[in-house]
Write a protein that binds this ligand. Sequence first.
Ligand SMILES: C[S@@+](CC[C@H](N)C(=O)[O-])C[C@H]1O[C@@H](n2cnc3c(N)ncnc32)[C@H](O)[C@@H]1O
Length: 246
Amino acid sequence: MTTERARSFGAAADDYDRLRPAPAAEALRWLVPSPQSRVLDLAAGTGLVTRALAAEGVHGVVAVEPDDAMRAVLTARSPGVRALAGTAEDIPLPDGSVDVVLAASAWHWFDAERAATEIARVLRPGGVLGLMWSYSDPDTDWVADLRRIGRAEAQGSASLVRSGLSLEMPAGAPFGTGESRVFRRSAWMAAQDVAAMLGTYSSVLTLPAAERRDVQRRARALLTERVGNDPVRVPFVTGAFRTLRS
Ligand SMILES: C[S@@+](CC[C@H](N)C(=O)[O-])C[C@H]1O[C@@H](n2cnc3c(N)ncnc32)[C@H](O)[C@@H]1O
């Protein structure tokens, strides 16, 4: 994955926060053993996971995010949360200091070998590494067509989840085999927001301005034709993978 794409999100931080789906609450319950767990929200972005954890009563959260614009939204929306600049390959936390590391829609941006070593360092033995991807569900026809306009498949989250999230930790990393589950939910969104959501994906953010406008134009036209201009129920998937640090 290119650094340009990995670091593209800050340009749309407010839209990202407003429009992108938070993970399904059941996925968080599956990944976080107890509300008392000390959790690292790694690649926390604008804090969608941090806030969803707070809603589940999990407050011992530290967020790590490299992009200043994304982290600024997180800090503004969750002023009580410790939010640090850092990367998955260089986490600014002591050894064995957390029970759970969560990384949502982010593992594919990491240098997997360096990140696995660094995550293992900050996780206590027996702690959980939980990886998630949340996205609009392409099993619904109009969503699949919309995602094609947004080139979302280029990112591969949906195909990764469809193929059973058979993630393998890098050789030698101290993690168990792992298991995966898929959680579904839906949310009502204004049709124009569904189109605007496409603009928060790196596949669109890194296009020239004229092409980004074209994506919006085509997305709005598709929505008008297929679901109309009223609020629409959007199906979402969260694919989750968990593995224990040995
Ligand atoms: C798609 S966003 C996901 C944000 C958040 N986890 C969420 O679910 O909304 C990907 C995030 O990964 C961050 N990122 C990219 N490369 C990273 C790295 N090597 N280490 C940590 N974070 C990284 C980006 O800045 C961005 O905020």
